[in-house]
Design a protein around this ligand. Sequence first.
Ligand code: GLU
Length: 225
Amino acid sequence: MCGIVGYTGPKEAYPIIITGLKRLEYRGYDSTGVALLNSGLKVYKKKGRVADLEETLVGVNLHANTGIGHTRWATHGEPSDRNAHPHTSASGKLAMIHNGIIENYAQIKKELVNKGYTFTSDTDTEVLLNFIEDIRSNNNCDLEEAVRVALKRITGAYCILLIDEDDPETIIAARKGSPLVIGVGKGEHFLGSDASPMLEYTKEVVYVNDYELAIVKPNELILKN
Ligand code: GLU
C-alpha cells in the first residue's frame, strides 16, 4: 500500500505534503514524488525515501498553494524515477497520483497506442491518466465528467488525485477499494490515505466512500456518487 497526500488552500502546499508523506511512510514504499501548481505544473519525483527527494529540492522555488504527493509501492513497472508518481498527461496539463491497480490497463493502453499515444512509464497509472485526457478532448467535456466516464471502464482498485494546470485550485479525487480521507479546514482542504497528514490542522474529516468522486477546492468540497 502506498500513500497519497493533497492540499489546497492558503498555506504553502509543499511542506504539508512532505510532512504528510513522512507520516504515511509506515505503509511501505519504494519511490516518492510531488506535483505543485505554481504558475504552471511542476512535478518532482524520485526512487527512494521522502528525505532523498527533499534533499534534491533544496534551493528550488516550491511555492504553491495546491499540490499532491505520493509514496509508491510498485505493481506495474520497476521502482525507478520514471515510474514514480505523479504522472503527467500527454498534453503536460494534468498530473495524477494513484494508489492501487488498474486490472484492464493493457487493453486501454493498446487503444491509446493505436491512437498515437506514447508513454514515459510502465505504469497502469499513466494509462488511466491519458485515458482521462483522451476522453476529455474527444468529448469536449470537463475533467470531472472525463474522470467519471473513464472510471466506468476501469476494473481494479484505485484512489486517484488529479490536478489540472488550467484549474489551479482544484483537486479531483476518486476511490474504489483504496482509502481516502478529506480534512476540512477554514478555507482549505487536506487529502490523505489516512487522517495522519491532516490531524494537526483539523479534526473535521470526511471518509470518502467507494465510487464517490470528490471535487476539492479551498472553500468547497463536493462529493458525488
Ligand atoms: N499501480 C501503480 C504503480 O505501479 C500504483 C502502485 C501504488 O499503489 O503505489 O505505479
